[in-house]
Design a binder for this molecule. Structure first.
Ligand code: EPU
Length: 451
């Protein structure tokens, strides 16, 4: 067992070292090598053993941007090794932020920032680049950030980020696809966003911490990733009340200082592996996990018949029967996360009963449905609801990943299916899962990557 773990660690390190940055990969009109990677899965294996959970992608990305808010050093632990993190570091480095990365540690220093630009070429590969807007205007009084545009799961506008900054006194013009924001010093105010927005809350929070006076963010997102960012900002000297609630009250300060912080464990990666076991059967313990931020998903897993046992930083799932189909509806935290909808749908595909799933956050987040149906699933969609009729078995086939969480759902379905599933366009998965196929192989899945 120890030898097996050692072999996996060595393989992981080798792969980590071989990783190419998206900057080197993505050249206009050319297909990069990583884009050609596929996962080959031989389904039907029970999963048993332990999987360590990595740091949360959606906490790490805003936290890296918080490095723009100070000239001192920020030392970060538990930063996941993902393509999106590499892309964010590349964006921040081209602004002059120094970033030293060693394994899961990143040390940032923002004392030599000389550019307040986020160019289209970078923003178009990762929407979370918009998170530089708030900190840049707050600290340097200026930012020029490409508009992100739509993506596979929805149109995803950012007008709430802009509305909030304007309310704080920023002058904003949109020209030639860029948001240009200027402000001598942002002024605290009360902002009520039209809807709950995660990165919108994070952007405005990072703007408010250096603003003049008090900012109240009403209708704020309560996602644990927002809380993690707020906790880091407090360590940097920010004054924030109401952390974890939908009303954040910020007293702006003149300056922030250095801090050290460990990124929270990824609740979506955790939920994804839990769903994999619920679909295939098995007994797996997830380590380095947080049990208190995944209640909605765990409750639904228990309804499928899984036995879930929470420890201090572990979650164990035991599944010995075919899952029961479970109805759910995605909502903002603490409700069922949209980022888990596709993976849980894969569980429902092999359930003994029919179920229905309603997606309320994004207007186009059912792209995985057609691909799951290629594996023999019986899913129909009507508007924002998917009706899933559980089948006795899925049968392996070639499928194509369309976005990050859709890719994860295809992997889960492939693990549960009979025969061979080939998942194409694995680069979507690499954006947000840290060596997923190696973690799954370590608990007995027959899964490998081919170039
Ligand atoms: N919205 C607007 N206008 C805005 C902002 C948001 O209409 O100005 C809408 C969106 O179009 C969407 C809803 O509000 O319909 C919620 O969007 P939100 O702004 O909360 O999403 P986000 O901040 O762009 C983050 C995560 C997503 C996750 C969503 C919802 C990061 C980097 N991304 O996106 O993660 O799905 O919150 O929880 O934190 C993923 O990891 O796969 C992923 C897509």
């Amino acid at each position: 067992m120890t030898a097996l773990l050692l072999a996996i660690c060595v393989a992981m390190q080798k792969r980590g070292a071989e990783k190419e940055t998206p900057g080197k990969n993505v050249k206009a009109g050319k297909t990069c090598k990583k884009d050609m990677d596929k996962l080959i899965i031989s389904g039907g294996k029970r999963l048993t053993g332990e999987i360590p959970i990595s740091g949360a992608k959606n906490a790490a990305l805003p936290i890296l941007c918080a490095g723009l808010l100070t000239g001192d050093s920020i030392e970060l632990q538990n930063v996941p090794r993902l393509h999106d993190v590499t892309t964010m570091l590349r964006l921040l480095r081209q602004m002059g932020l120094q970033a030293e990365q060693s394994g899961e540690q990143v040390i940032l220093n923002g004392n030599a920032i000389n550019k307040c630009d986020a160019p289209y070429d970078m923003v178009k590969t990762m929407r979370a680049s918009i998170l530089v807007l708030g900190p840049l205007v707050a600290r340097f009084g200026e930012a020029r950030v490409s508009l992100p545009g739509g993506c596979a799961i929805g149109s995803r506008p950012v007008e709430q980020h802009i509305k909030g900054l304007e309310a704080m006194g920023a002058e904003i013009t949109i020209e030639a696809g860029y948001i240009h924001a200027k402000a001598k010093r942002l002024k605290g105010t009360r902002i009520v966003t039209d809807m709950i927005t995660v990165t919108g809350t994070e952007n405005l929070l990072m703007a408010a911490v250096l603003a003049d006076g008090q900012t109240v963010l009403e209708n704020a997102a309560r996602e644990p990733e927002v809380t993690d960012l707020a906790n880091l900002l407090v360590k940097m000297g920010a004054k924030i009340d109401g952390i974890g609630t939908d009303r954040l009250v910020v007293q702006g300060v003149d300056k922030l200082h250095g801090a050290s912080h460990a990124v929270i464990p990824d609740r979506i990666e955790t939920g994804t592996f839990l769903c994999a076991v619920a679909a295939t059967g098995g007994d797996v313990t997830l380590t380095k996990a947080r049990c208190d931020i995944l209640d909605a998903v765990v409750d639904k897993l228990c309804e499928t018949g899984a036995v879930v046992t929470k420890g201090a930083d572990t979650i164990r799932i035991q599944m010995s029967a075919r899952p029961k189909g479970v109805n759910f509806r995605t909502t903002e935290y603490p409700g069922f996360p949209t980022d888990m909808q596709a993976q849980f749908m894969a569980v429902n595909c092999v359930a003994g009963e029919s179920s229905h799933i309603t997606e309320t956050i994004f207007e186009n987040r059912f792209m995985h449905v057609q691909e799951l149906n290629r594996l023999g699933a019986l899913i129909k969609t009507e508007g924002n609801t998917a009706f899933v009729k559980g089948v006795d078995k899925l049968v392996g086939a070639p499928v194509m990943a369309t976005d990050l969480r859709a890719s994860a759902s295809l992997v889960i379905a492939g693990l549960a299916a009979q025969g061979e599933t080939i998942v194409d366009r694995v680069y979507h998965l690499d954006r947000g899962y840290d060596r997923m196929e190696m973690k799954l192989a370590a608990v007995g899945a027959d899964i490998r990557r081919v170039k």
